[in-house]
Ligand binder design. Sequence first.
Ligand code: SF4
Ligand code: FES
Length: 374
Amino acid sequence: MSSETKNTVSTVKVTIDNITIDVPAGTTILNAARMIGGDVTPPAMCYYSKLEGSGGKCRTCLVEVAAGSAADPRPMPKLVASCRTGVMEGMVVKNITSDKVKEARAGVVEFLLLNHPLDCPVCDQAGECHLQDLGYEHGKEGTRYEFERRTFEKEDIGPYIQLHMTRCILCYRCTYVADQLTDNRVHGILDRGDHAEISTHISKAIDNNFSGNMIDVCPVGALTDKTFRFKNRVWFTKPVYAHRDCPDCCGKVTLWQRGDEVLRVTARKDEWGEVCSYEGKPGWICNTCRFDKKSASDWVIEGPANINRHSVISQGHYTGLQKPKETLPEVMGGRAPKLMMDIHDVSEVNKIELSQLPGAATGNDFNSPAAKEA
Ligand code: SF4
Ligand code: FES
């Protein structure tokens, strides 16, 4: 077979929101849209390209197929989940150009928010929550839901991960991480429908060196880092790329720092919010790197992290930063301003080593005699 013929059979032409692209045969509509990028790409709350079998649970990625293929150009009768539908030669897909999709997606957001508490002001995921973004970008202002939201018995799933079941949207990503990255999955989704919940059933600690990756894949604040809880808002921290020579994982991470303190360590994320890949392998990180290496001296700092998402975290951060000219000395004839305080001289906030607290920060940490003396 000539290489020309091979190319013809191995790629297909698909048009998404009036943009035509050639993609390898077998690509899903979602991944074809990701190859185009930008607004053309449907949001995905459950699909995760690094987790086999993920997708098909949340329906946020619905698209309209206006023409099934060149051979059979009839439209598909219903909207389809783009993460689970393969492209065909000559397929025409509508995402943001379809009113049906916009309406359906607003409905999906409403469903996802039926039971989700609106506790963003106290949730550690705020600022990097995909449901928050989804709500703003695709949801409606109000809710029609009049009933009480679900509540669950609190469950302790170990020393590192905090489970808030009320925030879970049942995307199953964390169960795939446990299945595919750890050798012994001890949690899963129990029950069905309104009662479905993530649970270890016997409150068994999720104790595996790669279990922390469940925090990174969780699109909402259902699984958060206990060692970072209540220590800072994510938009006040500065994300910095760093690496170390780790025997267990790729050792490439993002450090979330305040000053020189490392408050949190996560895997590096790509523009879709998924962990980055290195040499074709997903850059999952081990619990030692994530929870135990909380000192800047444990790491080789590479520089400011690229925050690709149009997130609040990217506000005011570094790359390409152009500082305005400092005019105070000029207008004051070189004298230092006397009436202005340096906030660091008067604020208590920098006096506690938050990174040294083993668990969540609480009011007691700030009211302790040691903190007051500091
Ligand atoms: S805990 Fe998070 S990752 Fe796990 S199913 Fe719920 S939303 Fe998904
Ligand atoms: S991302 Fe496709 S159904 Fe959830």
